[in-house]
Design a protein. Structure first.
Length: 427
């Protein structure tokens, strides 16, 4: 048993009303770009609901400028979109590299389907001050990678243009000003991008040691899910022992980690998932209340299981489609933490119902956060979560591994939700 960290809940999260822009179509159809005043193209909206910034300059010089194009909208107007010039080997980062020795990485010369992912020769990266260079052994796939491939989720300024938000491998170079890490250390890391490559430069504050008893492939499935769940469920929504948490997408990478961490702090866990097989896997991980969203109303089921009280915390990856029902499913003083927008970004809110329950709605992501905030989250994960992994109480769930050259197939698997836990690519 461990205790959730003390602190004011939800203090650093953005409110849901920030997500009310006309930037996505409704559930199941994916995002649509919306014009941004003062820009010659439309900034895509991130899964956290905030407009992405312009793409970074490349390490070996300025990145090619986007070429404005237009497409017809359903109303007959013309919507500006971004199209990148073809570049089979875009540079990694904004810094100038002294070595042009090639490595291989997954590039996206043109946004599109899984076939848009190209395993190509690219310039070798070099760590800047405060960074380490990791020789990547494995990188896990996240839904944000799929959005980036489609052209809807640009990397934050200054980060790698390649997909991949987490990786594991060995440190091969240490940049100036880095302490506590050495060449040869086996590590995993939270990234803003670049995990789908043979090497990646990463701020030292986002690096974690590989937990004892785990290999590098398993460790690659940890950084993004542990940091996302710990920061949202515990640091923001402040889940406490004895409370009930409802986890949407219980069989996903996020969901499987949320189940285990919530049980570790003594919470009661309810999950939604599609079908008996996925629900059975959730039960194996400790889920107490199993809800098949295809056949059951999760509002009714969570009320029934809690004697009408509702869930104290809801971790939601769906967004707009579930908003009204999530509010109904919340307990008095409940906290709704939205971390995904698979069901759209725009929805009406019944403020009377929200006020009657004294509930809080928060939304937060990781990728675009400042480095100091990411470092603080990583440090908290190392303190609170890593011991649980070391003693076997929590473990990464890896559905399958594929070679990096088969990244397209990995994206198809994730896009079809044909997995439980994480899909990992190996170099």
């Amino acid at each position: 048993m461990i205790s959730a960290p003390a602190g004011r809940p939800w203090a650093d999260a953005r409110v849901l009303t920030r997500w009310s822009g006309k930037s996505y179509r409704e559930a199941g159809t994916g995002p649509v770009r919306a014009p941004v005043p003062g820009r010659p193209y439309a900034a895509p909206w991130t899964p956290e609901g905030c407009p992405a910034e312009a793409p970074p300059a490349a390490r070996t010089g300025a990145a090619p400028a986007p070429v404005p194009r237009h497409r017809r909208t359903s109303s007959g107007g013309r919507r500006p979109t971004r199209r990148w010039p073809r570049d089979p080997a875009p540079s990694l980062r904004t810094r100038t590299t002294s070595s042009l020795a090639p490595m291989r990485a997954i590039t996206i010369p043109e946004p599109g389907g899984p076939e848009a992912l190209v395993w190509a020769d690219v310039p070798d990266p070099q760590p800047a001050e405060g960074e380490v260079l990791i020789e990547v052994v494995a990188s896990a796939v996240n839904r944000a990678d799929l959005l980036q491939r489609q052209g809807f989720y640009d990397p934050p300024p200054g980060s790698s243009l390649y997909p991949g938000l987490e990786c594991a491998g060995r440190i091969v170079e240490v940049g100036p000003g880095v302490h506590g890490w050495a060449v040869g250390d086996e590590v995993c890391a939270l990234l803003a991008g670049g995990g789908y490559a043979e090497k990646v430069a990463v701020p030292a504050g986002q690096v974690l040691p590989v937990p004892s008893g785990l290999d590098l492939v398993s460790a690659a499935a940890l950084p993004e899910v542990t940091c996302t769940v710990w920061s949202n469920v515990f640091m923001i929504a402040h889940l406490r022992p004895g409370e009930t948490v409802l986890v949407h997408g219980g069989a996903s990478g996020i969901g499987t980690m949320a189940i285990q961490l919530a049980k570790a702090v003594g919470a009661r866990v309810a999950v939604t998932a599609g079908g008996p097989d996925k629900l059975a896997r959730c039960a194996e991980l400790g889920a107490d209340i199993l809800i098949d969203y295809r056949e059951q109303d999760f509002v009714q089921e969570i009320r029934k299981a809690t004697d009408g009280k509702g869930a104290d915390v809801i971790l939601d990856i769906i967004g707009a489609k579930y908003l009204q029902r999530n509010i109904k499913a919340l307990a008095v003083s409940g906290r709704l933490a939205i971390i995904g927008l698979q069901g759209g970004v725009k929805a009406e809110v019944n403020l009377a119902a929200l006020m009657a329950k004294r509930a809080a709605i928060t939304g937060a992501g990781l990728r675009a956060r400042p480095l100091n905030e990411k470092a603080a989250i990583v440090a908290a994960v190392r303190e609170h979560v890593w011991p649980l992994i070391g003693n076997g109480q929590v473990r990464p769930i890896v559905d399958r591994t594929l070679p990096m050259s088969e990244a397209a197939e990995a994206h198809r698997v994730v896009d079809d939700s044909a997995h439980v836990g994480k899909v990992v690519l190996t170099v």
